[in-house]
Design a protein around this ligand. Structure first.
Ligand code: C2E
Ligand code: MG
Ligand code: MG
Ligand code: MG
Length: 277
């Protein structure tokens, strides 16, 4: 019995591995048509001002509405988009969508509304990022302050002059910059001074136990204190409970994002929620 059990387990294992490889190949193939086939969506998650509780801005988060496999989250397909180079085209489309929605949400509110877009390191470093931002923003009818860009700390450790150049171009166009998933990489405080960064986004892995774990709370507190000393604002990611929110407010955190407030939702729903506020 043990033997046949083992064999079953083995065949189950290989079958699921085969399936996974199959799905992977399928996603890689299908991704080529996702943009032209109108299958990509940009959802918006509110960023809350923790002092007032008001919606302050939003993050644009990509979704793939696959015709057969349903809604697919970015970690499952962004790596393929990066490998194939499709990320540049997709990233540009996300940017345009976010710009359009910033105008739309802004006119609903009667004041400018900032939307942040995630920029993968591959896209950030590619030639297609060599853009005349002021000119491009003008063509979209948008002030630079209505867009911010989220990059990861790894990029800043790479001391390439291209990184410096790109960041200066953003700054000159009025586009703000956030460091996403802060604390998970090789966090070096030095680069926060060297580059003109506006926001730190504390990774959700530190937020999870911020209310219960004194170690995590100490880390969060010192990130916030340091950021404020350097003139940066702090956004906490992945707030799911009132206890986490309270601990973050107590630590002096400026903004928060998370399921406690809202998941990322389609633009129509986001706009309705602004109207109701
Ligand atoms: P991220 O930029 O750090 O985004 C935060 C992720 O956490 C999002 O997952 C969001 O839905 C999720 N999240 C928000 N609040 C909570 C919460 O309270 N609890 C939990 N458990 N999760 C929460 P999502 O949308 O699946 O995106 C995952 C990652 O994919 C993003 O991480 C970002 O790195 C990347 N990504 C998303 N959109 C784009 C895009 O347009 N371009 C690029 N290059 N990357 C993107
Ligand atoms: Mg992000
Ligand atoms: Mg993050
Ligand atoms: Mg700045």
């Amino acid at each position: 019995a043990a033997k046949s059990n083992g064999r079953n387990q083995f065949s189950y294992f290989t079958r699921s591995m085969q399936q996974e490889a199959h799905t992977r190949l399928r996603l890689i193939g299908d991704l080529r048509n996702a943009l032209s086939g109108n299958q990509l969506r940009v959802y918006y998650q509110p960023v809350i001002d923790l002092r007032t509780g008001a919606v302050s801005k939003a993050e644009a988060l990509l979704r793939w509405q696959h015709p057969k496999l349903g809604m697919i989250d970015p970690p499952r397909f962004i790596p393929f988009a990066e490998e194939s180079g499709l990320i540049n085209e997709i990233g540009e489309w996300v940017f345009q969508e976010a710009a359009r929605c910033s105008c739309r949400f802004g006119s609903r509110l009667g004041k400018p509304f900032q939307i942040s877009v995630n920029k993968s390191p591959v896209q950030f470093m590619s030639r297609s990022e060599q853009v005349d931002w002021p000119e491009y923003l003008k063509s979209l009818g948008l002030p630079g302050s209505s867009i911010s860009v989220e990059i990861t700390e790894g990029l800043l450790l790479n001391a390439s002059s291209r990184v410096t150049e790109r960041l200066l171009q953003y700054r000159d166009a009025g586009i703000q910059v956030a460091i996403d998933d802060f604390g998970t990489g090789y966090s070096s405080m030095a680069y926060l001074r060297r580059f003109d960064i506006d926001y730190l986004k504390i990774d959700q892995s530190f937020v999870r136990d911020v209310a219960s774990d004194t170690g995590d709370r100490a880390i969060v507190r010192s990130i916030i204190a340091m950021a404020h000393e350097l003139g940066l604002q702090v956004i906490a990611e992945g707030i799911e409970t009132a206890e986490q929110k309270a601990a973050l407010i107590e630590a002096g955190c400026d903004y928060g994002q998370g399921f406690l407030f809202s998941r990322a939702v389609p633009p129509d729903e986001f706009e309705r929620s602004l109207g109701a506020a």
